[in-house]
Write a protein that binds this ligand. Structure first.
Ligand code: OKV
Ligand code: MN
Length: 251
């Protein structure tokens, strides 16, 4: 009986090592688990469930095979793949959860989220998020032909790349006060999130009443010296079982 938590794989066509590593995880490790929680940014970008690339189809069929083996698989949208929707869920058997979701494991109340909503100091990102999360705008965007959506997405990504340099490191991290408030509102014992790519366990003790443990998932990355043949992906996986939690980081 174990539960896996992953986030921020940022799967993309130019880093095939990542996809290979994820498919290995789905085929070798995940079938032994009770459940797999993917806490956002599985894909580096997502412009609609009707896009069909070899990468997307491979990942969907591996997820589908996993859920057909009886492993419960859950997904919370990230800041990049927030357009993953009902069609994806139907094709894969993955259950899409809301932005915040409370679970209970071994007597611990655990709040799950991607993590971007906790980064309230990044005002410009939160503005961007509010804009692209409007239901009517999403529907309109999804009505556009795929090639136009690709063009728009490319443009937005280039713009965002240019803005990146102007953000400080604290701005890019979670706001501690806001995070504590959210955790308290759910009466959670633990918080698990990704997004910041700073794998860590923080024991937060603000007062006697609202202590909690914040577990930050690491991102998956490609290590290598530039020589394509020697590049390898490193997975970052959190495992929770009856004896507690544990990070696995392996090639
Ligand atoms: C995702 C981020 C690009 C950050 C566009 C409406 C609108 C959705 C969209 C287009 C972009 C997702 C879907 C992407 C996240 C970026 C750049 C920065 C910080 C509209 C609904 F407005 F055009 F109508 N998008 N893509 N960024 O390329 O995957 O998270 S994306
Ligand atoms: Mn993210």
């Amino acid at each position: 009986m174990s539960h896996y938590f992953i986030a921020d794989l940022h799967l993309n066509e130019s880093q095939p090592e990542l996809t290979k590593r994820f498919l290995h995880f789905l085929q070798q490790n995940a079938p032994l688990a009770n459940s797999v929680y993917i806490l956002g940014d599985l894909f580096d970008f997502w412009i609609g469930d009707d896009e069909h690339s070899p990468l997307i189809e491979q990942v969907k069929s591996a997820l589908s095979s996993l859920t057909r083996q009886g492993v419960n698989c859950y997904f919370i949208c990230g800041n990049r793949d927030f357009l993953i929707g009902k069609q994806f869920a139907k094709e894969t058997g993955v259950i899409i959860l809301p932005d915040y979701h409370l679970i209970e494991l071994y007597g611990k109340k655990i709040l799950l989220c991607h993590g971007d909503t906790l980064c309230t100091d990044d005002v410009r990102y939160q503005q961007f998020r509010r804009k692209v999360h409007q239901k009517w705008l999403q529907r309109l965007f999804l009505l556009l032909p795929l090639w136009i959506r690709l063009k728009i997405a490319k443009k937005i990504r280039l713009q965002s790349q240019a803005d990146k340099g102007r953000k400080s490191l604290t701005m890019m991290d979670v706001n501690p006060d806001f995070t504590a408030k959210v955790v308290k509102s759910y009466q959670a014992d633990w918080l698990i999130h990704g997004h910041t790519h700073k794998q860590a366990v923080h024991f937060i003790q603000n007062s006697a009443t609202d202590a909690f443990t914040r577990i930050v998932l690491g991102d998956w990355k490609v290590l290598g010296n530039g020589k394509i043949k020697q590049r390898q992906a490193v997975a970052s996986i959190l495992v929770i079982n009856e004896s507690g939690f544990n990070f696995i980081e392996e090639k």
